[in-house]
Ligand binder design. Structure first.
Ligand SMILES: Cc1ncc(COP(=O)(O)O)c(C=O)c1O
Length: 449
């Protein structure tokens, strides 16, 4: 469905709700200005409606959660039937069959597919909880507290994730409370055009990083390397194709764990069931979240059963890591339905195809403010630069507002806020992409005059 043009955004109901929210929600949570936010009322497929009746095409998949679209019928059925049975259980004391089934399914889709060996899983609610379960696993398995992460990584905002690493703007206000466990190294960027096989020249750029990494591992008590296969919030940065295999090799040589944060890149978003599969890299631990349950909070720290059993002792009745809502029944029911849909191999090819189409449409926009088009599958980013080649945050934020008025929800990313994030649902239609790129082209032409 093509988007609608809205003359008055935000509408009167959104404006009134913003005033009420500002009175009682802590500052710094919901961003508000004269153009923001619109309050959502309902969503279906690729579309969202706000409280004033305006419809938008969602080019964000709502933070990468709704790759399968908003409210896929199979997931809604799973949720509604579960809602009348059991909404809340006692996840780590008296669990449900659903929790069993979700763990089995995740195991089948990861380590059983990769290694023919079972996985063991710690479920969580939000993404950063999965990361923190992985960090705890690293400590228990290796006895070493240190974690190598990469500049501009985003692993969530819990204290464990922040202690490991991440963007300065999220860490700096809380530095005095963060444990000193992180070793941050530069994240390498593909320079040859981001095919699945980089050129020899591009691969050679990894050499200094390899030395730096080996040096860090030799001189510090590092238990694990934590990395996103493609940096999402960091600006859709794709590393050279040899990067993950290089990390795998270094981890194998040094007895370090490789933790992949696939909270955003996993579950077909990048045109493979998991992004690491593009380079045939098998992690020790993979973290999942976001689209796992297509809309209710559910995350998973997934490791080989061998590693997880080595790290975690049997519970003596008091689990040393759990949460009240662990294995929430409706979230598990939705996850099972979502994972069934994600298991269809045709979905990965569909994402590759549509991602290629969207990329080629963006490539035809030939204007001075366009930098690199980055990313893979339907996790794409358009870097916006000034005519002088500097990060152009203003054009990014300007377009986000312009797009909203033209019926598109879109966001920016990267530390400088100058990368337009293109993260649409997987069945985004050609005409929907075309209308979006036309809107972008018009805006960029206008902003350059
Ligand atoms: C790669 C990655 N890891 C972790 C997280 C944190 O997930 P959550 O916001 O659910 O805690 C995010 C969220 O954007 C993410 O993109």
């Amino acid at each position: 469905m093509l988007p609608e043009i809205h003359t008055k955004i935000p509408g009167p109901k959104s404006i009134a709700l913003a005033a009420r929210l500002a009175a009682h929600e802590c500052r710094n949570v919901t961003f508000m200005n004269k153009d923001f936010p619109v309050f959502w009322l309902k969503a279906e497929g690729n579309n969202v409606w706000d409280v004033d009746g305006n419809r938008y095409l969602d080019f964000t998949s709502a933070f990468g959660v709704t790759g399968l679209g908003h409210s896929p019928p199979e997931v809604v059925t799973a949720l509604t039937s579960q809602a009348t049975e059991l909404i809340h259980g006692m996840g780590d004391v008296h669990p449900t069959e659903l929790k069993v089934a979700v763990c089995e399914k995740i195991s089948q889709m990861t380590f059983e597919r990769w290694n023919n060996a079972p996985a063991k899983i710690i479920l969580g609610n939000t993404g950063f909880e999965a990361i923190e379960s992985a960090l705890k696993t690293s400590q228990l398995a290796t006895g070493k507290p240190g974690i190598v992460t990469f500049e501009n990584a985003y692993h969530g905002l819990g204290y464990g994730s922040l202690a490991a690493g991440g963007m300065k703007r999220f860490r700096d206000p809380f530095l005095p409370q963060l444990a000193d466990i992180g070793h941050s190294l530069p994240f390498p960027q593909c320079t040859c055009g981001q095919s699945l096989e980089c050129s020899a020249e591009c691969l050679n750029t990894l050499e200094p990083l390899s030395l730096q990494l080996r040096n860090t591992l030799q001189n510090s008590q590092v238990g694990a390397i934590l990395v996103e296969p493609i940096q999402g919030r960091g600006g859709k940065v794709v590393p050279p194709s040899g990067f993950l295999p290089m990390l795998r090799k270094i981890c194998d040589d040094t007895g370090t764990l490789l933790i992949l944060d696939e909270i955003l890149t996993g579950l077909n978003r990048c045109g493979h069931l998991f992004a690491c599969e593009a380079s045939g890299t098998i992690p020790d631990i993979i973290c999942l979240g976001k689209s796992l349950a297509s809309g209710l909070p559910l995350s998973a720290c997934v490791g080989s059963a061998e590693l997880m059993d080595q790290a975690w002792p049997e519970s003596d009745g008091e689990a040393i890591h759990t949460t009240t809502h662990l294995g929430n029944p409706p979230a598990c029911a939705m996850a099972l339905a979502s994972l069934d849909l994600h298991s269809n191999p045709a979905l990965a090819s569909q994402v590759q195809e549509r991602g290629q189409l969207l990329r080629s449409m963006i490539e035809t926009i030939d204007l001075p403010t366009r930098g690199a088009i980055r990313g893979r599958g339907l996790l794409l980013g358009l870097e916006l630069l000034t005519v002088g080649g500097k990060p152009d945050r203003a054009t990014g934020t300007g377009f986000v507002v312009h797009a909203l008025k033209n019926g598109f929800i879109v966001l920016t990313s990267s530390p400088e806020g100058n990368v337009l994030s293109l993260v649409p649902p997987f069945d985004i239609a050609e005409e929907e992409m075309r209308s979006f790129t036309n809107c972008l082209q018009e805006y960029l032409a206008f902003s350059n005059t």
